[in-house]
Design a protein around this ligand. Structure first.
Ligand code: C5P
Length: 219
């Protein structure tokens, strides 16, 4: 229907940071708040979709029977959770700020203060979005990119490499955009075109992105 353009659709959304354990009390993480992913989930649910929201550690909460919130901690856990659902969804949006590396060995005891220098050996985490791009058949797939230079070129490289329908480029060159902020400024990047949006609330950015997905599904 007109008011519920995503009725009957299933959306998978990843959100938040991931925490990679160093020892029982320490981790490697980042400043992602999860806001963008949670706003996308809310908007998709408002449009009638069934939503699976897979989130890393965040203080955000959601109370909506149409949203199945699955909380994970590490990239490995997020990867497993994503692939429990991916085959069955119509759309997947990767809004999580996933750690690219994880400690190679997790110490079983708290690491003691000792020498002047301490090295941690890190190993690559699985690229969740890339793995969805390789598996994708009917699904629409959307990713996010945060670039510091040659933004459009690098965003397009990711779009192609990860087999995405479009990629949401976050502007770094704007005071109101990004981590922990309530506002964001994005450009939706396609293979041969792009659509730039103004700085607005993350809720409004979510509406722009979900509307774009509605058009993709209709096309
Ligand atoms: O290549 P890069 O990590 O910059 O791409 C960012 C996009 O890839 C985001 O959509 C992010 O959620 C996703 N990603 C992922 N798994 C990773 C790394 C990034 O799903 N291990």
């Amino acid at each position: 229907s007109e008011n519920l353009p995503l009725k009957g659709k299933k959306l998978l959304i990843t959100a938040g940071p991931t925490y990679e354990a160093i020892d029982p009390v320490r981790f490697i993480g980042n400043h992602s708040s999860g806001k963008m992913g949670f706003e996308l989930a809310k908007k998709a649910a408002d449009f009638g979709a069934e939503v699976i929201l897979i989130s890393g550690p965040t203080h955000l909460e959601i109370n909506d029977s149409r949203i199945n919130l699955i909380r994970v901690v590490s990239t490995g856990e997020m990867y497993t959770a994503v692939h429990n659902y991916f085959e069955d969804v119509d759309v997947a949006i990767a809004a999580a700020a996933v750690s690219d590396y994880t400690p190679k060995n997790v110490a079983t005891q708290k690491i003691k203060k000792a020498d002047e220098n301490l090295s941690l050996e890190l190993t690559k985490t699985p690229d969740i979005l890339l793995s969805m791009g390789k598996k994708k058949t009917h699904q629409k797939l959307i990713g996010f990119a945060l670039e510091t230079n040659n933004e459009l070129v690098h965003a397009r490289e990711k779009l192609l490499k990860k087999n995405l329908d479009f990629i949401v480029l976050n502007s770094m060159n704007d005071a109101g955009a990004g981590f922990k902020k309530d506002t964001n400024k994005v450009t939706l990047v396609y293979k041969d075109s792009e659509k730039a949006f103004d700085l607005k609330s993350k809720a409004e950015v979510a509406t722009d992105i979900i509307n774009e997905i509605v058009h993709l599904l209709d096309a």
